[in-house]
Design a protein around this ligand. Structure first.
Ligand code: MN
Length: 251
């Protein structure tokens, strides 16, 4: 088995090493990760300049692009002749729950792999510091084994979030739906040393909707959440409702 590991926190992040170490138990590991923190870069691709990859040690590359660039470069370039059996994006240092998904470079790196046709798992630790990776490593190994054995549907990826706990203190893996965070809307306005205003998106978390079965609820109850995500973002339910209305306009 060949497993590509990437992340959005950057090639030096402790979560990346923990992910690579966990996957080494399942097969050969190949790492391509951004050369710095690219959190919240979503699915961005670099199109207006060249990409550079640096081999830091055998099978371990840093790239000066985004997380999606790393996956694209690995699958279509560095590993062109050897298709990986799985892409693991993580372990992200911070949760990717609810609406975090579309901001997340971690999740969208897995999304990119799925678009290219390789099964993918994004895995994150829901904490803001003092990250405990042994729990997510256990859960990601369980799920990776299952995916390597049985695959995933063609346009589906998996999003995992673990509490920052060791395996013995986790309640297990719970299958979940995408939940809903309640974000803060705070923009901090400050003044720079030259007297000009600047702004900082505060990004504080105020809470979450207690939706039964959701990722947020599972993680807060001590479970690892595992949510299947679809690359098809069509709202099929509303599409059917739309069909009952008139969209023809008048001329
Ligand atoms: Mn990150």
């Amino acid at each position: 088995m060949l497993i590509l590991v990437t992340n959005d926190d950057g090639v030096d992040a402790a979560g990346l090493s923990a992910a690579a170490e966990a996957m080494a138990a399942l097969g050969e590991v190949f790492v391509v990760a951004p050369d710095g923190n690219r959190s919240a870069n979503s699915h961005a691709l670099t199109l207006e300049r060249p990409l550079r990859a640096t081999e830091l040690k055998p099978n371990w590359f840093s790239c000066d692009g985004t997380p999606a660039d790393c996956v694209h470069l690995a699958l279509n370039g560095l590993l062109r002749d050897r298709r990986p059996d799985l892409v693991l994006s993580g372990f992200n240092q911070g949760g990717n729950l609810g609406q975090d998904i579309t901001y997340s470079g971690t999740v969208m790196a897995a999304f990119e792999a799925t678009l290219i046709g390789v099964p993918a798992l994004a895995a994150s630790v829901d904490a803001r510091g003092d990250f405990e990776f042994s729990g997510v490593a256990w859960a990601a190994t369980v799920v990776a084994r299952e995916v390597l054995a049985h695959g995933l549907p063609r346009a589906t990826l998996l999003n995992m979030n673990a509490p920052s706990l060791p395996p013995a203190r986790l309640k297990g893996i719970r299958l979940t739906t995408q939940g809903q965070r309640v974000y803060g809307d705070e923009i901090q306005e400050r003044v720079d040393p030259r007297g000009k205003k600047y702004y900082w998106i505060a990004g504080q978390e105020l809470g979450f909707e207690p939706i039964a079965g959701s990722d947020m609820v599972a993680v807060r109850e001590g479970y690892v959440s595992l949510t299947p995500l679809s690359c098809d973002m069509t709202d099929h339910k509303f599409l059917r409702e739309m069909a009952g209305r008139s969209w023809t306009g008048t001329t």
